[in-house]
Design a protein around this ligand. Structure first.
Ligand SMILES: *Cc1c(COP(=O)(O)O)cnc(C)c1O
Length: 386
C-alpha cells in the first residue's frame, strides 16, 4: 500500500451507519460488515470560515477539507460540480409558488451528477492503489466511472441492463471500459459485479457499497447552501434510485451545521420514484421494505433500483426532515419533459422530469404551501437517453 501525506483533507475514519463502529480509512473499505450497512466518512471538522471559500476553484474541489483525498496528486477531475441553479419564475407563478429553483446537474462532465461521486471515488481508489474498478449501473454511473477511470489510467468494467439506451452504453465503450450487458435490472447487474469482483480482484464501486461516492454527491448539498447565500430552500425534491444524493445532501447539511455555516431549519426532503419501480415509496408509507413487488424498467433508468442498499438511510433522511415520498407514472414523466422544455427552455432527463411532476402532485395534495421555496434537480442530460 502507498503511504499518503495529509494535505488538506480532514478525513478521520469511516463509521458504520447503524452502530457507529469505526473502520480505518487508511485501507480500502467497502461497507460496514458488522450491520450490513453503508460506511460513512467521518471528518475532524476544520475551523474553516465560509468566507475562505470565495477564491476557490469552481468545482467540487473547492470543499477540499470536506472531501476524503489526502494527497492532491491523486485528485482525478474533469471539472465536475458548481452547476447552475436556475430560478424558474414563470413556472413558479404558473404553479402559484413563491419560488421554484432547479439545480441543473446535466452540465456535469459525462452529462449527469454521477460525475461528482465517481470523481471522488476514483480519486480515493487511486490513492489506495486500486488499478481495476467494476460497477453495476442503470446507465449514468457506468459512463462516469468509465471516464474517470480513463483519466486515472485505471481499468474499468461496467455491468448494465441490456435495455439501457444506446448512448449510455456507447460512451462506456468509447471511454475504454469493458461493457457487460445483463437481462434484468440493476440488482441483477449488482450480483454479476460482485461475482466478477471476487473472481478478478477488481474493486466493486457500486452504489453505497463503497464509501466515497457519497462524499462526492455530498457536494450538491454544500453547493446549494453556498449558491443560495447560506439560506436553504424549504423543500427539496429528489428523484431517488440508490439514494446517494439524498443521503449525501443530508450529510452535508449536518456537517455545515457543525461548521456553523448554516443555522435554522433544514429543508423537507422529498423522494420521487416511478410507478414501475417504487420500493422506497412503499417502504416510507408502510414502514417496512416491501416483501415482494414487481419491478419493471422505467424511462427514468436511474430510478429503477429494486433493492437500494441504503434503504434504511433513505427513509431516515425523509423522516428526520419531515419530508414525504411520491410516485409518478411513466406517462407523467414523458409529459413533464415536454412541459418543462416548452415553458422554460430546459430539457430534463426523465429522472429530472419525475422530480418536477412530483412537485405538481405535491401542490395538488397541498403538501407544498405557496409561501415556500422548492428546489428541483435535473440530474442528467436528456440527450443521453437515445
Ligand atoms: C443515478 C441517477 C439518479 C438517482 O440517484 P441516486 O442518488 O442514486 O438516488 C437520478 N437521476 C439520474 C440521471 C441518475 O443517473
Amino acid at each position: 500500500m502507498k503511504t499518503v501525506i495529509l494535505q488538506g483533507s480532514l478525513l478521520e475514519n469511516l463509521v458504520c451507519a447503524q452502530c457507529g463502529k469505526a473502520y480505518p480509512a487508511s485501507v480500502l473499505q467497502t461497507y460496514a460488515t458488522c450491520c450490513n450497512q453503508p460506511l460513512l466518512a467521518h471528518y475532524q471538522l476544520p475551523h474553516l470560515s465560509k468566507k475562505e471559500l470565495c477564491n476557490r476553484p469552481q468545482s467540487i474541489w473547492r470543499y477540499r477539507e470536506l472531501l476524503p483525498i489526502l494527497d492532491d496528486n491523486n485528485i482525478v477531475s474533469l471539472g465536475e460540480g458548481w452547476t447552475p441553479i436556475h430560478s424558474l419564475s414563470g413556472m413558479a407563478s404558473h404553479l402559484g409558488l413563491r419560488e421554484i429553483l432547479l439545480k441543473d446537474e446535466s452540465v456535469n462532465p459525462t452529462g449527469s451528477f454521477k460525475a461528482r461521486g465517481l470523481s471522488v471515488a476514483i480519486s480515493k481508489a487511486k490513492e489506495l492503489g486500486v488499478t481495476h474498478c467494476i460497477i453495476s449501473t442503470a446507465g449514468n454511473a457506468g459512463g462516469a466511472l468509465s471516464a474517470y477511470a480513463a483519466k486515472a489510467g485505471m481499468r474499468a468494467t461496467v455491468v448494465m441492463p441490456a435495455h439501457t439506451p444506446d448512448t449510455l452504453k456507447e460512451e462506456c465503450r468509447l471511454y475504454g471500459a469493458e461493457l457487460i450487458l445483463m437481462d434484468g435490472l440493476i440488482d441483477t447487474c449488482g450480483k454479476k459485479a460482485r461475482q466478477m469482483a471476487t473472481e478478478t480482484g477488481a474493486f466493486d464501486i457500486s452504489t453505497m457499497k463503497e464509501p466515497y461516492r457519497l462524499e462526492g454527491k455530498k457536494t450538491i448539498g454544500l453547493e446549494i447552501a453556498e449558491q443560495l447565500n447560506w439560506h436553504l430552500p424549504d423543500v427539496i425534491i429528489y428523484p431517488t434510485g440508490g439514494g446517494t444524493g439524498l443521503i449525501g445532501m443530508w450529510k452535508a447539511f449536518r456537517e455545515m451545521q457543525q461548521l456553523n455555516w448554516i443555522t435554522g431549519k433544514l429543508p423537507k426532503m422529498v423522494i420521487v420514484q416511478s410507478e414501475n419501480c417504487n420500493p422506497m415509496i412503499q417502504m416510507f408509507e408502510t414502514g417496512t421494505f416491501p416483501e415482494s413487488f414487481t419491478a419493471k424498467p422505467s424511462v427514468a433508468n436511474g430510478l429503477a433500483v429494486p433493492h437500494p442498499f441504503a434503504k434504511d438511510l433513505i427513509c431516515e433522511v425523509v423522516r428526520e426532515s419531515k419530508g414525504t415520498a411520491i410516485t409518478v407514472s411513466e406517462k407523467e414523466i414523458q409529459d413533464g419533459i415536454a412541459k418543462m422544455a416548452s415553458q422554460e427552455g430546459l430539457l430534463l432527463s426523465p429522472e429530472g422530469s419525475a422530480a418536477y411532476m412530483g412537485l405538481r402532485k405535491l401542490i395538488e395534495k397541498d403538501y407544498v404551501r405557496e409561501d415556500e421555496s422548492v428546489l428541483l434537480f435535473n440530474t442528467g442530460a436528456w440527450y443521453k437517453y437515445r
